[in-house]
Ligand binder design. Structure first.
Ligand code: NAD
Length: 360
């Protein structure tokens, strides 16, 4: 039976970079004989224009039915005056919650050819390849009770609740162990178990889960040290797993190690391994429609989709190799341009990846 992929380009540069990812998918189908059926839908501002809402029931039904969703980006000034409940971003948030996408995979990968783009010394980051697995639907961002209350003395007090159930920790730990297994077999769990009971439980459950993964080497690190180590010696890490808030902060920090937002893919998975794959960047309205956007984050998101939701690791590897190949040839979009490079537009970059993929 064909595997089902839903394509949601969204707004701004979304449709341009998606077109390049679909070219690459066609080439991968050809080379690897992949049996993938692609359906298409509108999301975000494009869906507001067409249907009045950022995600309509039909598109949501397509998303539920798909094995994986390739998402572009949403938003832009055109929809800035929409009421909060009908903003383009709501389409994205609704998809995450309706599909229970609790595991956020954020690779921070720096192709050696782009080492100069990082704010760290090239030798510290060249070849960097970290995967941060962040719990996305629990922890302090969702814990109840929460709010601001007024105390007896009239002073106001803000409060949130940091809570994780064992089952929530167990399922994210499993995703991380499985990911580590597919990579170099090392997993670092990040917590603050010296201060926070909830992360003490986190550590206990992760250790218990490790019994089923003897091939993965598990270590633990406090979050303050992890932040320091990420900027001191980031290549010591392979896969990191952590809760929602720590993951939010550490993944942005790790992303910046790579220098370019136009290169970073991400994935959000649920328990059935159904996933939504999207670039880390937004819809870049400032360059939309100008053939300037870097399509590589979208193309690398497609590679992740093939690896994690469609179990097509060989095709995923080949796409990542093709991206590295175009960088070797000196092709660069404006955001990653350097002296002596061959400056290309969005479409030419996509064509170059296709060429490398088919003529490897
Ligand atoms: P952005 O990521 O869209 O852009 C930030 C800067 O990076 C801009 O200068 C842009 O030109 C550049 N950039 C981003 N992607 C690029 C690419 N692929 N190639 C070359 N340059 C690239 O962030 P922003 O400007 O803060 O937000 C713009 C819109 O995107 C807003 O409406 C925001 O709400 C939305 N947004 C959406 C998502 C999402 O869909 N997941 C995420 C972040 C922001």
């Amino acid at each position: 039976m064909s595997k089902q992929m839903l394509c949601l380009p969204g707004d701004g540069i979304g449709p341009e970079i998606m077109a390049e990812a679909l070219k690459v998918l066609d080439a991968a189908k050809l080379r690897f004989g992949l049996d993938i059926e692609v359906s298409h839908g509108l999301v975000g501002g494009a869906a507001i224009d067409q249907y009045g809402v950022p995600l309509n029931d039909e598109t949501l039904a397509l998303a539920r039915h798909a094995d994986a969703i390739l998402f572009g980006a949403v938003g832009g000034p055109k929809w800035d005056d929409q009421p909060m409940a009908n903003r383009p971003e709501k389409g994205l948030l609704q998809l995450r919650s309706e599909l229970d996408l609790f595991a956020n995979l954020r690779p921070a990968m720096l192709f050696p050819q782009l080492a100069e783009a990082s704010s760290l010394k090239p030798e510290l980051v060249a070849g960097l390849d970290i995967l941060i697995v962040r719990e996305l639907t629990g922890g302090i961002y969702f814990g109840e009770p929460r709010g601001v209350r007024t105390l007896e003395n009239g002073e106001r007090e803000g409060y949130n609740t940091y809570v994780y159930r064992e089952s929530e920790i167990r399922r994210i730990a499993r995703v991380a162990f499985e990911a580590a297994r597919k990579r170099s077999g090392r997993l670092c769990s990040v917590d603050k178990s010296n201060v926070l009971e909830v992360t003490g439980l986190w550590r206990e459950v992760v250790i218990a889960e490790s019994a089923g993964y003897n091939d993965v080497e598990l270590s633990h690190m406090y979050v303050d040290n992890a932040a320091m180590q990420l900027v001191r010696a980031p290549k010591q890490f392979d896969v990191m797993v952590t809760g929602n808030m720590f993951g939010d902060i550490l993944s942005d920090c790790a992303a910046m190690l790579t220098g370019s937002i136009g290169m970073l893919p991400s994935a959000s998975l649920n328990e059935k391994n159904q996933g939504m794959y999207e670039p880390v960047h937004g819809s870049a309205p400032d360059i939309a429609g100008e053939n300037k956007a870097n399509p590589l984050a979208q193309i690398l998101s497609l590679a992740m989709l093939l690896r994690y939701s469609l179990a097509e690791a060989a095709a995923a590897d080949a796409i990542e190799k093709a991206v590295s190949g175009v960088l070797d040839k000196g092709y660069r979009t404006g955001d990653i341009a350097s002296e002596g490079c061959q400056l290309v537009g969005t479409a030419a970059m996509g064509d170059a990846v296709v060429d490398c993929l088919l003529n490897a």
